[in-house]
Design a protein around this ligand. Structure first.
Ligand code: NAD
Length: 354
């Protein structure tokens, strides 16, 4: 099969590209605008594979999308391109509206035009897989409930509202125009190649430099963590095996308070890197509580029983095993981190694509 992965230079998209190239005989075309979050060095493992290709494209550019989709003739489009950082959506929501809503609309229109030209057999096997977040369901504060596929949408931030919007568009393009879509809503991912502005890599890298570890509010916010490679495996399963029109929640059954996540990182670093910078005694001494994010949701937690039952998917990593792998990865991939920190990943990618 031929699979287009939008946003494949990002954290999860690059894991999906690696998963498909390393575990299947399918071909992958990554299309990505290469915003600050897109990093071609995250695709190093697959870049020279003959089944892999890359095009720099903005999903809001209809003409460019039509050209690439018509010439590549994909069997599956896995749509991960998005603005994804909640704090940035609070500071400046416009790119979230542009990419997550208008971009998804543009990709849907281009995919529909392509799908309508396919013969009946290819029409029936084609899939448009929209990758979304559990944040569309809002806050689970004050309850032990879990998000199911039937939980009503109640997004809190500009990011989650834009993702909720895109989910509704995808459903409408299936229901109204017959485009064969599937949607997945996943909990917080963690693992290799995570951009250092996000909680887990930020804490690892700050701690290694002896910098403060900023924890929002009282650190009691709960997230359900999933190792990114478990997510990539689930996504490929849904894209290739799920019935048209289905949606699946994907989670790790790993509810953790943010402060417990930070404490675990500090404990792992005590074990792996006992020689600390700046004469600090314990990594935990670097924890600093900072003003909470406005509208911060207290708890997200996913009920993944539907994907367990229908597609027999289960995460392979526990939170502890996944975190050990993640901390090891950041310790062993300092160049990838350095190139983001000094901005050279942007110059390097310009050299590769020009
Ligand atoms: P990311 O920010 O790491 O990567 C996003 C990628 O999309 C980047 O490579 C970026 O260059 C690209 N992109 C942005 N705007 C684009 C545009 N207009 N056209 C083409 N490409 C564009 O994000 P991520 O963490 O890998 O998330 C991927 C998807 O998964 C997103 O849709 C996100 O909502 C969803 N998701 C993420 C998580 C998580 O924990 N990270 C959890 C659930 C769902």
């Amino acid at each position: 099969m031929k699979v287009i992965v939008t946003g494949g230079a990002g954290f999860i998209g690059s894991a999906v590209a690696r998963y498909i190239i390393e575990n299947t005989i399918d071909e992958v075309l990554v299309i990505d605008k290469l915003t600050y979050a897109g990093n071609l060095e995250s695709l190093n493992d697959v870049w020279t594979n003959e089944r892999f290709s890359f095009k720099q494209i903005d999903i809001c550019d209809r003409q460019a999308l039509d050209n690439i989709i018509l010439s590549y003739t994909p069997d599956i489009i896995m749509h991960l391109a998005a603005e994804s950082h909640v704090d940035r959506s609070i500071d400046n929501p416009s790119s979230f509206i542009e990419t997550n809503i208008i971009g998804t609309y543009t990709l849907l229109e281009s995919s529909l035009a392509y799908w309508r030209k396919l013969d009946k057999i290819r029409q029936s096997t084609f899939r448009f897989h929209h990758i979304s977040t559990d944040e569309v369901y809002g806050d689970l504060h004050g309850t032990t409930d879990l998000f199911t596929e039937k939980t009503p949408y109640s997004p809190s931030s500009p990011y989650s509202a834009s993702k909720a919007s895109s989910d509704h568009l995808v459903r409408a393009w299936h229901r109204t125009f017959g485009l064969p879509t599937v949607i997945t809503n996943c909990s917080n991912n963690y693992g290799p190649y995570h951009f250092p502005e996000k909680l887990i890599p930020l804490m690892i890298l700050n701690a290694l430099e002896g910098k403060p570890l900023p924890v929002y509010g009282n650190g009691q916010q709960i997230r359900d963590w999933l190792y990114v490679e478990d997510h990539a495996r689930a996504l490929y399963l849904v894209a290739t095996k799920a019935k048209v029109g289905e949606n699946y929640n994907i989670g790790g059954h790993n509810e953790r308070k943010n402060i417990d996540v930070v404490n675990l990182i500090c404990e792992l670093l005590e074990e792996f890197v006992p020689n600390k910078p700046n004469n600090i005694q314990f990594y935990k001494d670097l924890i600093t509580y900072v003003t909470d994010r406005p509208g911060h949701d207290q708890r997200y937690a996913i009920d993944s029983s539907k994907i367990y039952q229908d597609l027999e998917w289960k995460p392979k990593e526990t939170f502890e095993s996944g975190m050990r792998k993640t901390v090891h990865w950041y310790l062993n991939n300092k160049i990838w981190c350095e190139h983001i920190k000094d901005g050279s990943y942007v110059r390097l990618r310009q050299g590769i694509i020009n």
